[in-house]
Design a protein around this ligand. Sequence first.
Ligand code: TTP
Length: 196
Amino acid sequence: MQTQTLILASTSPRRKQLLEQINLSFKVKGSHVDEQFEANLKPDEIVQELAERKARAVYNNESDTFVIGSDTVVVQKGEVLGKPIDEDEAYLMLKNLSNGTHEVYTGVAILTANKITRFSVVTKVEFWPLSEEEIYAYIQTGEPFDKAGGYGIQGIGATLVKQIHGDYFAVMGLPISQTIRELRKMGYSLPHHLFG
Ligand SMILES: Cc1cn([C@H]2C[C@H](O)[C@@H](COP(=O)(O)OP(=O)(O)OP(=O)(O)O)O2)c(=O)[nH]c1=O
């Protein structure tokens, strides 16, 4: 019988969907942490730091509980892009991403009794050249607004993407295969259908 508890510290429906996809039992507890970060941090440090803040915000200090926090940002020419706040910002982000390659950084923090593991994954994503009409039409779908960089690769945003190099699931918000491997290393007992 599973005595350990797994908690996903996230309000993101995509992260929940990725854990459901591999048939893990878990609870979801969203946290609203301060997502400001120090200006001198590098993108891989930012996403790990924010992932850790999210995990710490929901951890209840129980030794058999494991909490997963995660954070995703898009980096274009050295600039860190979060979620666009309005249509104008979404337009600027998508215009900048058009006809070029950017990086998506996703950080993960796993927290349990006296232990924390943090890692980050970077994926390169190349966009097609996007016309004005295409950008406006995409903004009208409403998809850009709760997503880093203003697009969702798993949705209509798939049509903007020419190719990726790296982990598709990390772009969606959670590098699922590395996450469960790290969970296992930390002592979480995965169900039999994973790793036997
Ligand atoms: C680039 C990209 C980002 N995203 C999403 C993943 C994240 O949900 C979001 C980045 O914001 P985050 O702050 O990482 O996450 P969140 O606010 O959605 O959820 P929480 O903090 O509660 O865990 O952008 C996609 O869904 N598809 C994409 O292609």
